[in-house]
Design a protein around this ligand. Sequence first.
Ligand code: ATP
Ligand code: ZN
Ligand code: MG
Length: 501
Amino acid sequence: MRFDLKGYFSLSDDASKFKDDIKEFVTNINEKVLKKDDAEKSACIDDFRVEKNKFYIHITSGRYYRAHNALLQIKNMLSKKLGKKHHVGVRDIKIEDYKIEFELEKKALDPISIPFAKVETKAKQAVIILQDVSEEFLRKNYIDRMITLVQEKVQNQYYEGKGEFWKLIWESKEKKPVWSKDPTEEMNKLEWLKQGPTKGKWFYRPQITAIFRAMEEIAINEVLKPLGFKEIIESHMVPFDIWLKTGHMEGMPGEFYYIAEPASRDVEKWQKFIDLTKITKEIPLDELMKNLSIPSAGICYAQCPVIYWSFKGKTISEKSLPVLIYDKTANSARYESGGRHGIERVDEFHRIEPIYIGTREQLLDLREKLLERYKHVFNNLLDLDWRMAWVTPWYMQQAGKTDEKESKDCGTIDFEAYMPYRGSRKKSEWLEFQNLSILGDKYIKAFNIKAQKSNLWSGCSGIGLERWTIVFLAQKGIDPKNWPKGFRKYLNELPDGIEFM
Ligand code: ATP
Ligand code: ZN
Ligand code: MG
């Protein structure tokens, strides 16, 4: 790795008068501060010149003591040196040209581009070229993140198009479905539900609502309560700073529903909007935009981020471990765009999300218990044709963790079910109806959550009510007569619907 930086310090006065002092300063720094036994740990002022009140400098360095960090340190030392003896201050730093060369794990397959810099790649070598860089830019650690971003983009070129990682863990016996119709279409015909009022949303009438509620009761009574989970209620409006911490903001910005607050609730500010609406009976969108703030939050994507936020900076007593809680009130919103289908891929859905915080041992033990309870529900109550798969590839597990054993504990299990209406059991795509993750200390660190003594891990499981329901109906049909006994204990008959003429 090689850093090659050319820039200058702006001084408060002409320093060309004391060139000799500066020369001595540079020699001294080179010998005593920048030079180390190992070239990768060293930096060096290769070149310098003083022109009036500009001190031009050329620094090169290896991997560990990076040229821009050396530059910041030199600035401090130079301030002291020139200030004390000559009463000259160092005003600011300007980097005219900064070249960073580093090795890639594999060669880039396509050109790479990132903000703020030009990137060139050749074989397994990458070069980032920056121009006109400010001191603030250096201090904010952007450069390190830009290097990481280039590495990540090259890595991604190898995984793109490879499909998702998927490894079967367990599968149920094959079960004979009672029909092979698309339940949403059938329920639509029967007026059990109605699409809309906007894209990917549904209005659920009494029959389907009763099924959702039965599923919810099953999840709570058969899985969560027996394991000691307690209910909490959270906000379903998530401010950006929470998503910045969890990584959602960089992960899926195109899937959020954004929330804009009014710029003011002052009626006078809204008067023109109100008058225009009264006269035109249309919504004056330009006028509306003037009265809205830029979004600073979004609708819940998954419930866990706000739950983690609620523990931010807290030290949890050993007595309270493992923390076992769940939310069932926050609706999730995702902009699914072209992927929408029926009630199984919607833009607004209803989930129960249990989350767990505890020691590694507690969570591994909990995972076994959760799996056992889930199996009980899907085998004995819903009688599903389903399977479990490990879907976290090793390179995603606990990024940066070198301990392989530790990283093997972390990851996600998807629960998938056969959807007869999609075609053959072997060839058709099965539907993920829930998942279960252990995420190590990723969010624990992000929100600075501590225990008295133990090291904490966390995880969550997303129980999608639309998905549980559609999977069940796709295999068992919509006539309660054909439903398994276990489920009928929770819902034996459907409420009367509303008749339309
Ligand atoms: P998919 O691969 O189907 O898009 P996902 O990986 O995006 O799912 P997660 O973020 O893991 O889903 O969410 C966990 C659970 O939330 C899913 O198992 C499912 O039950 C539910 N879920 C996610 N997206 C939707 C959706 N668009 N409509 C209904 N339920 C959903
Ligand atoms: Zn979660
Ligand atoms: Mg998705």
